[in-house]
Design a binder for this molecule. Sequence first.
Ligand code: PEP
Length: 248
Amino acid sequence: MLKPFIAANWKMNKTSQETEEFIHSFIPLVKDISDVDILLAPAFISIESASRLLKSSNVLLGAQNVYHEESGAFTGEISPDMLLAAGCSHVIIGHSERREYFSETDDIVNKKIKLARAKGLDVILCIGESLEERESDRTFDVLDGQLSGSLKDLSLEGITIAYEPIWAIGTGKTATDEQANETHVFIREWLGKNREGSENVRIQYGGSVKPENIKGLMSQPEIDGALVGGASLKPDSFAKIVAGASGK
Ligand code: PEP
């Protein structure tokens, strides 16, 4: 049994002050939960203030993106060393919004993961199919391509996979518990066939996860946690999701 891992992806939401207000309310709600790994991924600009407040708490800190070069003339980008110095232990890489709006390919995702891992950051790698790909029965081919490309020449150490069907992100449509589990089974089998140590990799589900559906999702054998967008923006709601994953 893998320890459940619940992560909040705040996307482009919350100022530093709003981040601090969230953390002040959230920590007391989850302070007694020790059987779930909990992570917040605020905007870059809020990471340092979040880091100060999360120190000595049971909540981990991550970023939503990172660049694949160590330093230099890359205006507007953030390096793994900067994230580590600011207190991050994790970074989300390959989110579908980055793939869609910022043209991130599997090759770029692969470069980002390589540098992040080399520097010691743990990675949440996001993969998932579009509605059109699902409806034309191409889900497993798409995931196969994303996994092979993103994980090229990489071991599984320090990696969590977030399976996020694009059609379920921010839409209110969740994959059914069984649909999600079936895809997680495919991912687990892919990892087992292609890499050592697949049994230790946590596979999160992401896509309109909320307090009402977390228990059903977590009751599935291959779902080890969740990557949560909209429902992670309110302390109560996100704390209920964490509580729903506790006791698995
Ligand atoms: C996400 O963007 O990672 C996500 C899962 O968003 P939401 O929970 O809002 O669907």
